[in-house]
Design a binder for this molecule. Structure first.
Ligand code: SF4
Ligand code: SF4
Ligand code: SF4
Length: 370
């Protein structure tokens, strides 16, 4: 895994239109602390470089077996059938010798190291698209916060270049890491999967407590940092878009949608109530200290209401699909979500309407979780 000297990236998507506003370049960071059973990017979960093997492409030439310096590749039987070729991940060092010589491109490395400078150069290639569309760059994954040092350097570099930035995150990171990244990002695409902790653990491998607590803190960040700070010294803090992957049979039930809607609304994601002005007006002319203090507290609450409301811009629904199934075969991993069907338009519409009853601005996408 790269970090301070650069980042390990497993994919770069140009002209992306679902990863934030406008036309964007999306960089997918390798490594994710979750292991969602439906993951659309299983190649992003392992934090290290990996190899894939595509038996459909393999022509059984055996060149890879002979050339591997670590003797990591073998044939499982006396057959020369390509399907019998296996790689021992415990002794493979990902030197890429075999991928370079494979005539059929059946073996491919997953994950490439980029220095911060080279990643920034790549991002700048599409400056004109960002400028014309109001777009920018999105750091996704995997989980970009797992390579937070490099991420912060990239965000700073983009800020200097006046390129809009979005961080697509699971929210599963220590608060100091998230808080630091928040100083430089313009937008967070923050995933919410299950409100029930037991289900979250069962289907993603981790508890949701840290995620929910981080989202709460992130939503409050602007308010907390601004109270008592003058307009001139205000630090610009990022906007938030909540992203919900809709996985039928797992998280599309009424109880989860209801709990999700209520939670987001409690963070101020619902309809805006501008009470800030009232609080300010009521301060004028009051000379009693105790009453001033009470009123300050009320005013802060009012400001919180206004500012938090303005922070959570939208809630995006990302319908599950199973296009990723072939990736699991290449990695030799069991695909545990094979019986799950994509949600129908009616299911998505019903969820959207339910969330809208909490005053949320809900947008539906045609693609799944990152
Ligand atoms: S959080 Fe996203 S990248 Fe990580 S395992 Fe889940 S679906 Fe995959
Ligand atoms: S070099 Fe490529 S095509 Fe030849 S056996 Fe190895 S994987 Fe198959
Ligand atoms: S990447 Fe290198 S060590 Fe790994 S199987 Fe290929 S040749 Fe062997």
């Amino acid at each position: 895994m790269s970090d301070i000297n650069g980042c390990l990236i497993f994919d770069i998507k140009k002209y992306a239109i679902h990863d934030g506003p406008g036309i964007r370049t999306t960089l997918f960071f390798k490594g994710c602390p979750l292991a969602c059973i439906w993951c659309h990017n299983p190649e992003g979960i392992d934090p290290d470089q990996q190899l894939t093997y595509d038996s459909d492409r393999c022509i059984g030439c055996m060149e890879c077996i002979d050339i591997c310096p670590n003797r990591a590749i073998s044939v499982t039987s006396h057959s020369v059938k390509s399907q019998a070729i296996i790689t021992n991940p415990d002794i493979c060092t990902c030197c890429t010798t075999c991928t370079d010589i494979c005539p059929a491109r059946a073996r491919e490395p997953v994950g490439r190291n980029y220095s911060v400078e080279s990643a920034l150069r790549l991002i700048q290639e599409d400056l004109c698209f960002y400028e014309n569309s109001g777009g920018g760059v999105t750091f996704s994954g995997g989980e970009p916060l797992m390579q937070s040092n490099a991420l912060v350097e990239l965000l700073k570099g983009c800020k200097d270049l006046e390129i809009h930035t979005a961080v697509d995150t699971t929210g599963f990171a220590s608060w100091p890491v998230l808080e630091k990244v928040a100083q430089f990002a313009d937008l967070f695409l923050f995933d919410l999967k299950f409100m029930d902790d037991e289900k979250h653990r069962r289907y993603t491998g981790v508890s949701n407590q840290l995620i929910l607590s981080n989202l709460k803190k992130l939503a409050m960040l602007q308010t907390a940092s601004q109270i008592g700070i003058t307009e001139k010294n205000r630090v610009k803090t990022p906007e938030i878009i909540i992203r919900i992957p809709v996985i039928p049979g797992l998280n599309d039930d009424d109880a989860n949608i209801e709990a999700t809607g209520r939670f987001i609304a409690s963070l101020g994601g619902g309809s805006v109530t501008d009470t800030c002005g009232n609080g300010t007006d009521s301060l004028a002319g009051d000379r009693d200290r105790d009453r001033d203090r009470d009123r300050d507290r009320d005013r802060d609450r009012s400001m919180t209401s206004f500012k938090v409301n303005s922070r959570i811009k939208e809630v995006h629904l990302l319908p599950y699909h199973n296009f990723q199934q072939s990736k699991y075969v290449k990695f030799g991993i069991d695909y545990k979500a094979q019986n799950i069907l994509a949600p129908t338009q009616t299911q998505i519409r019903n969820i959207k309407h339910r969330l809208q009853t909490f005053g949320l601005n809900v947008v539906t996408h045609g693609q799944g979780d990152k």
